[in-house]
Design a protein around this ligand. Structure first.
Ligand SMILES: [Fe+2]
Length: 329
């Protein structure tokens, strides 16, 4: 995938040359012509780099840089401020505004490209490191709670088999695996005494637990490599009839991968011991899933397919893929 660069420039002499030069180096170049469109496009596109020329009609570039970096989602995006100036105070202002670099003297396109490449390499490295940390954090949360031990790995097996039955492409299955690992990472903010409470939660405790999808999303949001799984993390507790949380989405408004994950997630929770009840048999767990589908909470067609897989090891033939019989036996 080519790196995406947002070029915020309207009046600099070489604005067109910057765009075509960057495109000739295989970058995907987007443009914004004023402060509002720059803020909007940065949030929407989540580019790998922003080149911000000090030439906008409606806002000072330092202020714009500060506003962009003020949004958590833009935190990891390097912004280069470009302003023909030899005033050291401008360099300090740029740094204070959150710019990764300040290009004060006129920078040739040839010189710019090598600096752009270094910034992108650094961003890619930081993103990968941060992703490893986030995945380790998710694993450590699970390891801390013995009742959850092995939950993610089982969840991946269940969810991926359901995904294969739906003929999801390999890229989607890979995102599903990552989502299974990370969907409950927001529980890092839930105290152990609530997570492990051996009885029903009171209203206040329930409210704390219900925040975990949004907290999980905000933990993963700054990382580009996790962007595709954010909707799954945020929406894995929605219900088909709109009675779920955090957004009360209905039916197909709920991302398919979130609907797959919740069927697999609930099944695994039911067949394992919890502080407040013993594990159910697989058949009782499937009956509970079917009941929840009849209530309008879960996707009935997914529950039906999942039940067939669990009961009969039955898969729907998909070309080019080997199905494992009796996978859940
Ligand atoms: Fe959850």
């Amino acid at each position: 995938m080519n790196s995406a660069i947002l070029l915020v420039d309207v009046a600099s002499a070489g604005s067109d040359s910057w765009k075509s030069f960057l495109q000739s180096h295989s970058y995907e170049v987007f443009t914004a012509e004023d402060g509002e469109s720059a803020l909007r496009e940065c949030l929407r596109l989540q580019p790998d780099l922003v080149l911000l020329h000090d030439s906008l009609p409606d806002i000072d570039s330092f202020d714009l840089c500060r506003r962009m970096k003020g949004n958590l989602l833009n935190e990891q995006i390097p912004i280069v401020l470009i302003k023909p100036s030899s005033d050291p105070a401008d360099v300090a202002r740029g740094r204070k505004a959150g710019a990764a670099e300040f290009w004060g003297t006129s920078t040739s396109l040839g010189e710019a490209i090598s600096r752009v490449e270094s910034l992108l390499r650094l961003k890619g490295y930081i993103d990968e490191q941060a992703r490893s940390v986030v995945l380790s954090l998710a694993r450590s949360i699970e390891a801390k709670h013995s009742v959850m031990n092995g939950h993610s790995d089982r969840l991946i097996k269940y969810a991926v088999q359901l995904g294969i039955t739906l003929d999801l492409p390999e890229d989607d299955l890979q995102e599903l695996r990552i989502a299974c690992l990370l969907h409950d990472i927001g529980k890092v903010a839930v105290p152990d005494e609530i997570l492990l409470k051996p009885g029903a939660l009171n209203a206040e405790e329930t409210e704390i637990v219900r925040q975990h999808p949004v907290i999980g999303e905000s933990i993963c949001a700054p990382l580009k490599s996790l962007r595709h799984v954010l909707p799954v993390i945020r929406h894995h507790h929605e219900r088909i009839d709109g009675s779920g949380y955090p957004d009360g989405l209905r039916g197909n408004e709920i991302p398919l991968m979130a609907r797959i994950l919740q069927v697999a997630d609930i099944y695994d929770a039911l067949i394992t011991d919890r502080p407040y009840r013993d594990a159910l048999s697989s058949e009782d767990a499937l009956e509970t899933l079917n009941k929840e589908a009849r209530y309008g909470w879960l996707d009935a067609s997914l529950v039906w397919k999942f039940s067939r897989i669990c009961r009969y090891g039955e898969y729907f033939p998909v070309k080019g893929r080997t199905m494992l019989a009796s996978y859940y036996a």
